[in-house]
Design a binder for this molecule. Structure first.
Ligand code: LLP
Length: 469
């Protein structure tokens, strides 16, 4: 009998103490997608009562690669890519292109995997662009974002041949000057659509009071300016309204708002080629999270754009989207090793692990809630509620408050689920902790995709002035 809360992966139900192993091993039903599960799709329990992902048991992985460890499941990531791609094919009669918002997790291997699934990539800095190029991604499928791109970033983008998502006036003018008399560059304009959605205020971007994008009241002026620049090839419009969104209505509204602006652009003789609707679909972090499937999200987006184009009587643009979290969030878990414990009588028990806010800054930044399990004793009954503390010198470094777990021992492997998005990419060396390694698992094979940092790495960029030696 499996008594840890992992069976929600397959049943989608609340944790039931009497669920059986069969519930756990049941394959995902119908068109449910990875973003609706707590664990990667390949998760199963082996004969040693240990959790396996991608056919690799987590105990073995930690022995080989150390702890903490990010374990990324290739099949889950590829499944999410295919579900997006297939859904656009199913619901959109025109051309479409899914871009992976690589801010969720940008590294060579992840860029290469998503590109091999025919996804393009959205990058937001010279560093992300550089990584995607080094991974061999076709520049024609790269789109550079950013609300304050440096001159060097603009130049790298121009040189690479990627599309630039223009965010503000200064950037538009700087770029126009940079490319004068040169080959045209492809640009899209990012607008702030004025659409509210229910998510954490730090990750809301579509409301008018946002640092991103042009104020829609200025569209006439912008369209006029762009139409006069022969070196700026206007490709279309972009908007992104926020992240970890469970409602479908905001994206339905977004489709029609954006198409109205496209239709306005056409009046300035700007050739409409593409419309980028952003990302934002949420994922399941806890049993009570109930995000729509990838298929449902794509359906709403496509139907809204198609209907709006019909009513505006404009041809269907190539439809772009930029999911990040829902592509990779559920494909990864972080494995920690449990250390000491401290019980404050009548208050709580703290269990310390060998990582924390440096490998997952989301709890301390957004009060994000995660679920955990003990990977090396999967059938152990849940008997306790403990607080999982990171190892940083910071009281707020708590990964999970009140986690329901079996009895834990020092040396146990604690798995935190749904850590694929915005964990590694937001990680730091706070307290000079080396970043963990990451392994890609698939059909029993594990490949290192991020080497564990060493102490030597930590001082690589330190310089000691002569007089201090
Ligand atoms: N496109 C643009 C322009 C974006 O700004 C973002 C996310 C995305 C696409 C992808 O959104 P997604 O599909 O992943 O929701 N660090 C925060 C999330 C910040 C999201 C920033 N923009 C977190 O950990 O929750």
């Amino acid at each position: 009998m499996i008594t840890q809360p992992v069976q929600v992966q397959n049943s989608g139900r609340q944790y039931l103490p009497d669920s059986t192993t069969d519930d756990l091993l049941e394959l995902p039903a119908g068109d449910r997608s990875p973003n609706q599960f707590l664990l990667p799709l390949t998760a199963q329990v082996n004969r040693d009562d240990c959790l396996e992902i991608g056919g690799c048991d987590l105990f073995g992985l930690v022995q080989r690669y150390g702890s903490p460890l990010y374990v990324l499941d290739e099949e889950t990531l590829r499944t999410a890519c295919r579900q997006y791609r297939d859904a656009f094919r199913k619901y959109y009669p025109g051309e479409s292109q899914v871009l992976y918002a690589s801010k969720a997790w940008n590294c060579l291997a992840v860029c290469a995997i998503v590109a091999s699934e025919n996804l393009g990539i959205d990058v937001v800095s010279g560093g992300e662009l550089y990584t995607a190029l080094k991974a061999g991604v076709d520049p024609q499928k790269l789109y550079l974002h950013g609300n304050n791109k440096s001159l060097d970033e603009l130049k790298l983008a121009i040189e690479s041949g990627c599309t630039l998502m223009i965010d503000n006036w200064l950037e538009l003018q700087t770029l126009a000057d940079l490319v004068k008399g040169k080959n045209p560059v492809r640009i899209m304009l990012r607008l702030t659509p004025g659409i509210e959605c229910h998510t954490h205020e730090y990750i809301r971007t579509g409301h008018l009071d946002s640092k991103f994008g042009f104020d829609p009241n200025q569209v006439d002026e912008i369209f006029k300016f762009v139409s006069q620049q022969s070196e700026l090839e206007f490709v279309g419009l972009h908007a992104h309204i926020g992240s970890q969104i469970f409602e479908l209505q905001p994206h339905q509204d977004l489709g029609s708002v954006m198409v109205q602006w496209l239709s306005k652009a056409a009046k300035y003789d700007l050739k409409i080629q593409e419309l980028n609707i952003g990302g934002g679909l949420g994922i399941r972090y806890t049993e009570s999270d109930d995000p729509p499937s990838i298929d449902e999200w794509v359906k709403v987006v496509c139907e809204s754009v198609v209907a709006a184009c019909q009513s505006e009587k404009i041809p269907l643009p190539k439809l772009l989207s930029e999911p990040g979290r829902s592509l990779i969030g559920s494909a990864c878990v972080t494995v920690y090793t449990i250390g000491g414990q401290k019980t404050v009588p009548g208050i709580r028990t703290y269990i310390s692990v060998d990582g924390g806010m440096s490998d997952n800054p989301r709890p301390i930044t957004y009060q994000s809630v995660y679920r955990a399990l003990i990977a090396n004793r999967m059938s152990a009954p849940i008997v306790t509620q403990v607080t999982i503390a990171g190892k940083h010198c910071e009281s707020g470094d708590i990964l999970i408050k009140d986690a329901a777990l079996p009895e834990t021992r020092s040396g146990d492997l604690l798995v935190v689920m749904s850590t694929g998005a915005y964990n590694y990419s937001m990680s730091s060396n706070y307290n000079r902790l080396p970043r963990p390694a990451a392994v890609l698992v698939n059909q029993g094979e594990a490949n290192l995709i991020l080497q564990r940092e060493t102490y030597e790495d930590l001082i690589r960029h330190d310089r000691l002035p002569e007089r201090l030696k």
